[in-house]
Ligand binder design. Structure first.
Ligand code: URA
Length: 238
């Protein structure tokens, strides 16, 4: 990889800024000051220092975003704010995309990454990485709803869903429920309740695999996912 590309890929400096840093003698490669900004380096083996400090290399980035309502899970949109618009410059990288979409009016955990293989692992229904949601429903949920979700509910268009868990967290005329899905069909939870004659009033994704949405993230905020947390994503929720 080129030295300037390395710095820009890690959101450390633009190619132009790397030129200046090189001219100022502030970057060394294996102990030698870099002479030009486009020399080839091996980010996994070479020791790159900026102002004498090690520049750590991350091949990929994994970000947890608490998506607010009104934001679209796309990389580009002419009219609406996208999930990528909410990523602050120090975390931003080209190639970032949302690993799984939430509807515009759904809030909660969206994982953004530039690692296509990891995204595939958490999205493919065959890999069984469950996604947990909380929803407020317009009317009480009964044992038949729970049993049918468990069995695999059939949507209005005949699509049969995989088995899903439905738990009532707070009963009442408009109960708060938890739903655990193993797949992600278009408007899935809304359509599952619709097929039972019920309406989802609000929806939030709270967990991906075994990793909870960080309660310290306000809607619109994001943070990097730690290395150890990445393994939790691939675990089943407790
Ligand atoms: N199910 C829905 O209906 N919408 C979402 O955003 C996610 C799951």
């Amino acid at each position: 990889m080129r030295l300037d590309k390395f710095f820009s890929s890690q959101s450390l400096a633009s190619r132009k800024e790397v030129k200046t840093l090189v001219r100022q003698g502030r970057i060394t490669v294996n102990g030698e000051p870099a002479k030009i900004s486009d020399i080839q380096i091996d980010p996994e083996c070479d020791i790159i220092l900026l102002d004498g400090k090690n520049v750590s290399y991350k091949k990929h980035i994994y970000i947890m975003l608490n998506k607010p309502q009104g934001v679209v899970s796309a990389t580009e949109d002419r009219q609406h704010t996208t999930v990528l618009d909410l990523v602050p410059p120090p975390l931003y990288r080209s190639g970032l995309f949302p690993a799984g979409r939430l509807d515009k009016d759904t809030e909660g955990f969206v994982l953004l990454t530039d690692d296509g293989d990891f995204a595939h692992r958490i999205l493919s229904p065959k890999k069984h990485v469950p996604k947990t949601y909380q929803a407020v429903i317009d009317q009480p949920v009964n044992q038949t709803d729970i049993a049918l979700f468990q069995e695999g509910i059939t949507l209005a268009d005949g699509t049969v869903c995989m088995s899903a868990q439905l738990n009532v967290l707070d009963p009442g005329p408009q109960p708060l429920v938890e739903i655990v899905l193993q797949e992600g069909k278009y408007h899935q939870i809304k359509r599952m309740f619709e097929s039972r004659g019920k309406k989802v009033l609000s929806l939030k994704r709270t967990k991906i695999g075994g990793l909870d949405l960080d309660p310290n993230l306000a809607p619109g905020e994001c943070r990097e996912i730690l290395h150890k947390e990445r393994f939790k994503i691939l675990e089943s929720p407790k």
